[in-house]
Design a protein around this ligand. Structure first.
Ligand code: TRP
Length: 327
């Protein structure tokens, strides 16, 4: 089975875009690949955080992922800081990554522009991400389009390391879901759904009140030509509803368009379908929140399984570099 690795930062609540664009693929992949999913708490520290904040949100993120269908009997779900080889390999990777490469990362530029305090960790973030991936002999990294550049960098530094020290790392590949899985904001359908939107009115959070979810769909921005067609360029609002309904019912947005002549029924059917997807997720989440110790134990098992792989690969990297062994 191919090895899959992906990571998610424990920052903020997940929304429908995260579910349909990323997490749902993880849930599917866990049955066809040897999958490792990591709550990347160390990455979250690259921008200032209050004491305790990252720990709390890591537990919540793990519970959310479990509620969405990650099965700890099938995949390996763990927290990055529980496997110390992530930090350790990140150092070796930083030493084969150039400042020039890191400076070219568009995510760094975007994030740095928004911070008063730009940490060194924010700058070397992609080296830690490369270490995450390389530690598991990863074949495939399912990520959003915005992460493509980081995966390219991971490949470049892995190839450089292999050339300098001898073959050590598997060269991973990014798998980016097709554009149809891109969920747009319900109020500004030309923007990707994002927790950093100016208003929550167009963002559907997985754990929000379901009556609010239904209202958000009923108030979704469409257009005034009254024609139900799938055409994201000229009809972004209607096309977004069709692709959301398509994603949750496993049908093509084009086919769905043929079944509607009015916006009202399209909105209410989409609302109903999304609510039926979110309801069981919210129920499972509520159960998990009742038992934080249980989640902690699952994460400990995940960390153990991850360590079994990561410690071997880290050892291999250190041996290849040829550091003096401690006797
Ligand atoms: N940088 C990724 C993001 O912002 C999160 C991440 C960290 C990641 N390490 C990873 C994703 C390793 C894939 C593989 O979404």
């Amino acid at each position: 089975m191919p090895r899959v690795f992906s990571g998610i930062q424990p920052t903020g609540d997940l929304h429908l875009g995260n579910l349909l664009g990323a997490v749902r693929n993880w849930v599917q992949d866990q049955h066809v690949a040897d999958s490792f999913y990591c709550v990347v708490d160390l990455h979250a520290l690259t921008v200032p955080k209050e004491p305790g904040e990252v720990g709390r949100s890591s537990l919540e993120m793990a519970q959310t992922l479990l509620a969405c269908g990650l099965d700890p009997d099938v995949c390996t779900l763990f927290v990055q800081s529980h496997v110390r080889e992530h930090s350790e390999l990140a150092w070796l990777i930083q030493c084969v990554t150039s400042i020039g490469e890191l400076r070219r990362m568009t995510q760094f530029k975007d994030k740095a522009d928004k911070q008063d305090f730009v940490s060194a960790g924010l700058f070397t973030y992609p080296a830690l991400q490369a270490a995450d991936i390389l530690l598991y002999d990863t074949d495939r990294v399912p990520v959003g389009e915005d992460q493509r550049q980081h995966i390219e960098l991971t490949r470049d530094v892995a190839e450089r390391f292999n050339a300098r020290y001898g073959n050590t790392f598997v060269i991973p590949e990014a798998t980016v879901p097709r554009a149809g899985a891109r969920v747009m904001d319900l109020q500004v359908p030309t923007d990707k759904m994002s927790k950093s939107a100016d208003s929550d009115a167009g963002v559907v959070y997985l754990m929000e009140d379901l009556a609010a979810t239904a209202r958000k769909f009923k108030r979704a921005v469409t257009d005034s030509d009254g024609d139900v067609r799938f055409d994201p360029a000229t009809k972004p609002g209607v096309s977004n509803l069709l692709s959301i309904l398509g994603a949750v019912t496993d049908r093509s947005p084009e086919d769905l368009a043929d079944e509607y002549t009015q916006y009202g029924p399209l909105k209410s059917d989409t609302a109903d379908a999304v609510v039926e997807v979110l309801r069981p997720i919210q129920e499972r989440f509520a159960e998990l929140v009742e038992d934080p110790t249980g989640t902690g134990e699952l994460l400990a098992i995940g960390a153990e399984k991850a360590t079994a792989v990561a410690s071997d690969v880290y050892r291999r990297a250190v041996d290849q570099v040829g550091l003096l062994p401690r006797v």
